[in-house]
Design a protein around this ligand. Sequence first.
Ligand SMILES: Cc1cc2nc3c(=O)[nH]c(=O)nc-3n(C[C@H](O)[C@H](O)[C@H](O)COP(=O)(O)OP(=O)(O)OC[C@H]3O[C@@H](n4cnc5c(N)ncnc54)[C@H](O)[C@@H]3O)c2cc1C
Length: 468
Amino acid sequence: MVQASDLPRNEDGIAAVIGVLKQRFGEKFQTGQSIREQHGHTTTWIKNQAPDAVVYPQNTDEVAEIVKTCAAHKVPVIGFGTGTSLEGHVNAPAGGICVDMMEMNQILAVHSEDLDCVVQPGVTREQLNTYLRDQGLFFPIDPGANASLGGMTATRASGTNAVRYGTMKDNVLALEVVTPQGEVIRTASRAKKSSAGYDLTRLMVGAEGTLGLITEITLKLQGIPEAMSSARVSFDSVDAACQAVMMTIQYGIPVARIELLDSLTVQAVNAYSKLDLPVAPLLLLEFHGSETSTAEQAELFGGIAEEFGGTGFEWTSSAEERNKLWQARHDAYWASCALRPEARGISTDVCVPISRLAECVTAAQEKLDALGFIAPIVGHVGDGNFHTLPLVDMDDPDEVSKADEFVGWLNDLAISMGGTCTGEHGIGQGKRPYLKKELGGAVDMMVAIKTAIDPDNIMNPGKILPSE
Ligand SMILES: Cc1cc2nc3c(=O)[nH]c(=O)nc-3n(C[C@H](O)[C@H](O)[C@H](O)COP(=O)(O)OP(=O)(O)OC[C@H]3O[C@@H](n4cnc5c(N)ncnc54)[C@H](O)[C@@H]3O)c2cc1C
């Protein structure tokens, strides 16, 4: 099991910062144990390491003031959105102050003519899309949880739409960031492209709060397509389903979503979301465009699916049916956990080049069967990214050790295939052992960047980079 190790604490500094911030922020500064624990890691098997206090700033100036106070005493600062990250990202292994962005949740501007908007980091993806709907716009990145846009930016998140619209790295135009010294910088303008110097926006996207706190995000938006349709088709094996995905992508069909659910996930989703999908490996798709182009895409895909033995191909443009299917897909994590309620679901997140996808998913499934796990598999397979979810009895050391062995084996396999140990969840604490294996000497450059920007290592210490 991944043990999040504790780091040395700066007791005097922490006490001094608590004294200053408590007086300054009053009710907006909390030190109660349950609030602190809620702001440590809560989602997986990584142990909870609570911060010493949680503060709720209202604006950028307050964030800068908090960071300056922490910097003066060399005390850790940990950004917090909705706490749905999966690799111990929000833990406080050296203690410190959690900066919860929940109350910085204003949509500051929508420039519909430019297809962009400016939001505070506590805005959630659902909040933004509800706000945009009447203007015929949407923001496409949709992790399974209703995460904050600050957290999504900091983890370089993606979701089911990434195959068509990209990930957070493709959809953030600019950021306002509070540096580890408490200065406020802007990384770019609203221009759709720029060659102006180092790309600090992209450096901050995915930095998991280790280089600064994000206080404003400028995002690209999309027009709601004239027509959307969804489709589903079942296969005899995950291998056949993945082969069909590979052909679809290589053929250049501009699918908006193409998601794999293995038989076990279909069974779980049927029970949880009251559906009656055939219990077999399933591909769920969505097409965006005009009436004609979505019909054409569906027809082309239907032909490919048939070639790989796909059965029961159905497509619909009914919004109600489409929403029902995609809601079920978004609830697949909870549906899967319900297969063994007393166990913990441990989500893996490998991503491989599309040509190796079928091989990688099939090998993972065989290994999970051999280890005797109940382990549903879902995948954003158009990008070569999939999640296995072994359901692990945390009171059984043998099971825990087998799960650990599996996670390591799968990460190594993906890396050996030219892939990555994390397509979208990030490194946090849990995946740190794999970063060097994946990127070798590039990690030394990351360490150099971190040391230059945050020499006292106060920004979310103990994350991403190797502990030495
Ligand atoms: C059921 C479920 C399904 C999921 N599905 C997906 C999925 O499909 N795709 C995907 O990518 N992820 C998925 N995730 C993981 C998670 O939702 C994402 O990692 C998400 O981006 C985290 O956002 P958050 O607001 O919860 O961030 P948090 O967990 O609060 O924080 C995540 C990281 O960002 C940092 N941070 C937060 N706010 C700021 C800020 N303002 N400035 C600087 N750093 C900050 C934190 O310090 C931490 O390192 C899923 C999680 C769950 C529980």
